[in-house]
Design a protein. Structure first.
Length: 42
């Protein structure tokens, strides 16, 4: 991983010359879990 790109919040964080691309996909996992929990409890 490219530590600098990762710290800067870049979407693409793979190192130069990497054989595969590494992308950051933002997610609000806590909200998803909370919504699913509420739907089960209702």
């Amino acid at each position: 991983l490219d530590d600098t790109a990762n710290r800067q919040g870049k979407r693409s964080v793979h190192d130069t010359g990497a054989k595969v691309r590494t992308l950051v996909i933002p997610a609000d996992e806590e909200s998803v879990i909370a919504r699913e929990t509420l739907s089960v409890l209702r």
